[in-house]
Design a protein around this ligand. Structure first.
Ligand SMILES: [Zn+2]
Length: 165
């Protein structure tokens, strides 16, 4: 492995391994002997690409956890939410998707499950996320405090103003 911090190759050793996603993948915690920093890798079976996501317009795209993660990262921009926490959140939802669905999963299910968990991590990120995934029902549940959160988000994230027109 190449260390993501110092770019040394094969200087790492595995300090922890555990199966995730019902054994469909393995998460390994690695320590780089060169710079002494830690990073995480995941090995997964390629069959995950055979899960399709049904989008709102009825089209289907391959299930892709990197898209889930990217969506969360955007929502958590400048918020105190760690990369590790987001990875765990995506692990959980991915595991749920493969447990509950055979071949196809509605994008609304993924959006709702991600949003629900994100709400437990950070309210501001949650509202941003729920808004951009058009998960308005979830946002409505939250309408009591949404105004205050919007005010705060506006100061912290210029360009997010269009979320609550
Ligand atoms: Zn290193």
């Amino acid at each position: 492995m190449q260390c993501p911090f110092c770019r040394e190759i094969d200087r790492d050793r595995v300090i922890d391994s555990r199966p995730t996603d019902s054994g469909r993948s393995i998460r390994r915690r690695r320590l780089c002997e060169a710079c002494k920093r830690r990073f995480t890798t995941r090995e997964r079976i390629d069959e995950t690409v055979r899960m399709s996501v049904i989008k709102k317009d009825g089209t289907r795209v391959a299930f892709d956890r990197t898209k889930m993660l990217a969506g969360l990262q955007r929502a958590c921009w400048k918020r105190p939410v760690s990369e590790d926490a987001l990875n765990r959140l995506v692990d959980e939802v991915e595991e749920l998707v493969f447990r509950e669905f055979e071949r196809e999963v509605p994008s609304s299910f993924i959006g709702r499950e991600l949003a629900k968990r994100l709400a437990g991590l950070d309210k501001v990120s949650y509202v941003r996320f729920a808004s951009v995934t058009e998960n308005f029902q979830v946002v409505e549940d939250f309408v009591e405090t949404a105004r205050q959160i919007e005010e705060r988000a506006r100061h912290e994230a210029p360009g997010q103003q269009e979320l609550f027109p």
